[in-house]
Design a protein around this ligand. Structure first.
Ligand code: BGC
Length: 272
């Protein structure tokens, strides 16, 4: 992890789905920048508590609060924001990270598998962004902590751009996030809200364990990454912290791909 430099001191960040994987790395990285962190989980309370403990014990971090919430349920999301505001006073950064994959060939995809992925990956991000904006507008500027009214970071994927056979529900949810993010920017940038997406490539987490735990599959995957290594969650954590900080103040309505070049279609290097 990069050496922290307190770029988020006195700010409060909600990171959804931060009990593991990319969300956990983002929570730790933002915590290390001095932020208070809401560690949100859906089912792994113990893992969320471990992340919160790490933040609480690390002297460069702010404080941590663990909140259970299913981001696809409006009442849960409202409750998470209310608890956060009661405890920390406000919300400055919302990282809408929680996401899932339920993979099927399209002609075999049960409606349930389609709906669940859209509910969590897309509707969940809408609900979180909405509550964040409500709080930003109500609270007004905090000029002592940030030049922006508030920051929203959507966790997208290279699959907002790269089609993905066998994963149409996931790719559709990420493609839609692009328009959600850009529309939010267009609507709320005049209020000094910043809304951007991060689009990770193949980051080594549980979501793609099946691929990286098989040597043969990993070799195939590496052919898709010009930089020739899988990403690690900290690759996303460090960019997310910077994107939430004033160092990136003029970035708004953009997707930043953090993918080792995956979106440069390496298959075309010797073909086409
Ligand atoms: C998916 C991973 C996949 C990566 C690259 C991510 O959005 O969640 O499973 O390895 O995209 O295809």
């Amino acid at each position: 992890m990069q050496k922290p430099n307190k770029r988020l001191e006195n700010q409060t960040c909600i990171v959804t789905g931060s009990s593991s994987g990319i969300g956990k790395a983002v929570a730790k990285a933002m915590g290390s920048e001095g932020a208070n962190i809401v560690v949100n989980y859906h089912s792994s309370k113990e893992k969320a508590e471990e992340v919160a403990d790490w933040i609480e014990k690390n002297s460069s971090c702010g404080n941590a609060l663990v909140i259970k919430c299913d981001v696809s349920k409006e009442d849960d999301v409202k409750n998470m924001f209310n608890k956060t505001i009661d405890y920390f006073g406000t919300v400055d950064v919302c990282v809408a990270n929680a996401g899932m994959q339920i993979d099927h060939p399209l002609h075999e995809m049960p409606l349930d598998a389609w709906q669940k992925v859209i509910d969590v990956n897309l509707t969940g991000q809408f609900l979180c962004a909405k509550e964040a904006i409500i709080e930003f507008l109500k609270r007004g500027m905090r000029k002592d902590v940030s030049k922006s009214l508030g920051k929203i970071i959507h966790m997208s994927s290279v699959h907002e751009e790269i089609p993905w056979a066998g994963h149409a529900n996931y790719a559709a949810s990420k493609g839609a996030l692009l328009m959600l993010m850009e529309s939010i920017c267009q609507e709320y940038a005049p209020h000094k809200v910043r809304c951007n997406s991060l689009a990770p490539g193949a980051i080594k987490t549980d979501i793609n364990k099946e691929v990286w735990s098989s040597e043969k599959e990993l070799e195939k995957l590496l052919k898709l990454i010009p930089y020739k290594r899988m990403g690690v969650p900290d690759d996303i954590g460090s960019v997310a912290s910077w994107l939430a900080s004033d160092e990136s103040e003029y970035i708004n309505g953009t997707t930043i791909f953090v993918d080792g070049g995956m979106t440069c279609y390496p298959g075309f290097a010797t073909n086409g």
